[in-house]
Ligand binder design. Structure first.
Ligand SMILES: Nc1ncnc2c1ncn2[C@@H]1O[C@H](COP(=O)(O)OP(=O)(O)OP(=O)(O)O)[C@@H](O)[C@H]1O
Ligand SMILES: [Mg+2]
Length: 340
């Protein structure tokens, strides 16, 4: 039991403890003297009773501090599961609640760090394993170093290089090491360049029939931001759109003013299978793949959209997924700012 838990200030609690101790000492002293005991014996007895009462009353005032010290030592050892009792309403209780919230945040960060290490190792292992298998076959003389074998190795090395570049980008973005250099730029040129590159990508995926169209309304629409970084966003969105489109489908890239905030809206739409509504919020998470088996065989690691979201958010913009009409996927980027 913690008798003073309901008091909201540690000063008031201390005052109550002192008052009760003084009152008990005085009462015991007076009663003892009246009963004929010597004043010295009464004084000693009263002090002992008061001393015994203080720990009972003050119970719970300092124990959260001791619990916090123990929990901090556990955290230093990497254990984030301990929580302290936070039932009192005074400053120590407030500190205990803040401590518990911090411990929960640290536990979550620790879990994310472990996940990240596990995911990165897993993603690196796949291409390294494939490379190793080909090289072992070459070393054992099972395979010849013909152009097909070299091509297989090149694909895996490219995949490794891309993954490392993506991880580096993501770590710079998350640590705030990557600065956005804002300047006004025209959207038409940016969209045309990204579309040209995605047509090339479509040809590489043997989807030569795929049509990539660009529409900018009004023609001279411009915005403010870092054009290189925005190009990276569009490249990631278009890469997904081309990859998921049917080979004779249409990928639409359009930019228009965003009425609400005098900003602009950029949409990348495709006619592929789309993203189910329940998956939509998760596709922006690191390493998340809606269809893991297929994405892995296609070479995706689930980092493209998280990089895109970081860049858009550094521009104080938003990115969201919408279902396409009648099917497909629409990625909508809204950028605030100067517009037009
Ligand atoms: N246009 C799209 N149509 C259907 N599904 C999509 C589309 N864009 C993204 N997705 C789904 O969202 C997941 C996450 O996309 P993201 O771009 O982050 O990763 P990825 O394309 O798998 O790999 P990476 O971009 O790192 O090469 C994809 O694996 C895919 O399942
Ligand atoms: Mg992608």
């Amino acid at each position: 039991m913690r008798p003073l838990d309901s008091l909201t200030s540690i000063k008031v609690k201390l005052g109550v403890v002192i008052l009760v101790a003084v009152a008990v000492t005085a009462t015991v002293g007076v009663l003892g003297v009246r009963a004929g005991f010597s004043p010295l014996a009464c004084g000693v007895a009263a002090s002992l009773i008061a001393l015994a009462m203080v720990p009972v009353l003050a119970r719970g005032m300092t124990s959260p501090l001791r619990e916090m010290a123990a929990a901090s030592r556990a955290m230093a050892r990497g254990e984030y599961g301990l929580r302290v009792t936070a039932s009192s309403r005074d400053e120590v209780g407030e500190l205990a609640r803040a401590f518990n919230a911090m411990a929960a945040d640290l536990a979550e960060m620790d879990r994310e760090r472990r996940d990240l290490v596990a995911n990165v190792s897993h993603e690196l292992r796949t291409p390294i394993g494939a490379l190793q298998a080909v090289l072992e076959n070459l070393a054992d003389g099972v395979d010849d170093a013909d152009s097909e074998t070299i091509q297989t190795m090149l694909v895996q090395v490219r995949r490794l290089g891309r993954l490392v570049a993506q991880l580096l980008d993501l770590s710079r973005l998350e640590s705030g090491g990557l600065r956005i250099e804002r300047r006004p730029f025209e959207l038409r040129a940016l969209l045309e360049q990204a579309a040209d590159e995605s047509r090339l990508h479509a040809r590489q995926l043997e989807k030569a029939q795929l049509h990539v169209s660009v529409s900018v309304e009004p023609e001279e629409l411009s915005t403010e931001g870092d054009p290189e970084r925005m190009h990276q966003v569009l490249a990631n969105l278009l890469e997904n759109a081309v990859r998921h489109s049917p080979s004779d489908g249409e990928v639409t890239l359009l930019a228009r003013p965003d009425g609400d905030r005098r900003g602009v809206e950029i949409v990348v739409a495709d006619e592929g299978p789309g993203i189910p509504a329940e998956e939509a919020p998760r596709v922006f998470e690191r390493f998340y793949r809606a269809d893991a088996a297929r994405a892995a065989s296609d070479g995706g690691s689930g980092l493209g959209l998280s990089i895109a979201r970081w860049i858009v958010e550094l521009h104080e913009g938003r990115i969201r997924v919408e279902p396409g009409e009648p099917h497909g996927c629409r990625m909508v980027v809204s950028l605030p700012g100067a517009g037009r």
